[in-house]
Design a protein around this ligand. Structure first.
Ligand SMILES: Nc1ncnc2c1ncn2[C@@H]1O[C@H](COP(=O)(O)OP(=O)(O)OP(=O)(O)O)[C@@H](O)[C@H]1O
Length: 268
């Protein structure tokens, strides 16, 4: 079991040149958060509350201004394939086909061509794209592209998946299918996951825990345990889970928590 830990983490963006320290911005304030391999922690909060900044810290793209981020006690010192990131726009290489996109991390590790293609094919199969290996990225639908992105993230067998609105650009139907897919893939991979989403519904459906980030500066102001992901993994339909009275009550509760600090509407 691995654990990603934020301990008293704050993040300050520097002032723009010429503005002295007056323009400095405290974006995250004293964040304490742990994500274990068996968890999917969903972070919600209004726009600008610091969700992406939090994920960028976990990824090692940014250094905290104070506090520490560790994986199993080892400080995070920069990006590492062990903490694989999936973005909203899939960030795939358009000049490569689906198979070679997935095989790319193996290429960087010096794995021979035949072996890396075979490993990519196994991953394609896992994400339900066994017949799409030869297709160019622009020949794939949005949902298929996100599957390729997720397969590429899994290629390094990461201990943590860092998911920044991975389903945000998909139409509602595809998104629902992909939510279920993401849950299964996450469970099979054994990786812990941090999911940033604008959707309270998605957070509640996928998260083992949902944490609320309140803005100016970003602080974790609420944390709830959610068990709906286990219901979906046990075979319940996403539609049935979302329609349950408990889901609706918890959704209303979280909406209230976010609106308590916000004038802005969050997407349902
Ligand atoms: N590189 C940067 N330099 C200065 N300020 C930044 C930088 N990146 C983000 N910010 C500011 O930090 C705050 C948090 O931004 P962040 O993108 O983390 O929030 P978010 O909750 O992910 O927002 P959204 O939901 O709109 O994506 C915002 O006020 C933003 O303007």
């Amino acid at each position: 079991m691995s654990v990603l830990t934020f301990r008293n983490v704050s993040l300050r963006y520097p002032a723009r040149p010429g503005r002295g320290s007056a323009g400095e911005k405290l974006v995250l304030d004293t964040i304490n958060l742990q994500i274990a391999s068996n968890e999917l922690v969903a972070v919600i909060g209004r726009s600008g509350s610091g969700k992406t900044s939090l994920l960028n810290l976990a990824a090692g793209f940014l250094d905290p201004s104070a506090g520490t981020i560790t994986v199993d006690g080892e400080p995070v010192r920069g990006p590492d394939a062990d903490r694989a990131v999936v973005f909203q726009d899939d960030a795939l290489y358009p000049w490569l086909d689906a198979r070679d996109n997935i095989a790319f991390p193996f290429k960087l590790k010096g794995v021979p061509l035949a072996e890396r293609r075979a490993r990519a094919d196994t991953l394609l199969d896992r994400v339900g794209l066994a017949n799409a290996g030869d297709r160019r990225i622009w020949e794939l639908s949005g949902g298929m592209r996100q599957r390729v992105g997720i397969a590429r993230a899994l290629a390094a067998e990461p201990r943590f998946l860092l998911l920044d609105e991975p389903l945000g650009a998909l139409d509602a139907l595809t998104r629902t299918r992909m939510q279920e897919f993401l849950l299964r893939i996450k469970a099979e991979s054994g990786a812990g996951a941090l999911l940033i989403t604008h959707s309270i519904e998605e957070a509640l459906l996928l998260g083992t825990r949902v944490v609320v980030l309140s803005p100016n500066p970003g602080r974790l102001t609420a944390e709830i345990e959610a068990g709906f992901n286990a219901e979906v993994l046990n075979g319940a339909s996403v539609a049935a889970v979302k329609a349950s009275p408990l889901f609706k009550r918890m959704h209303a509760g979280l909406t209230g928590l976010i609106h308590a600090t916000s004038d802005e509407e969050m997407a349902a």
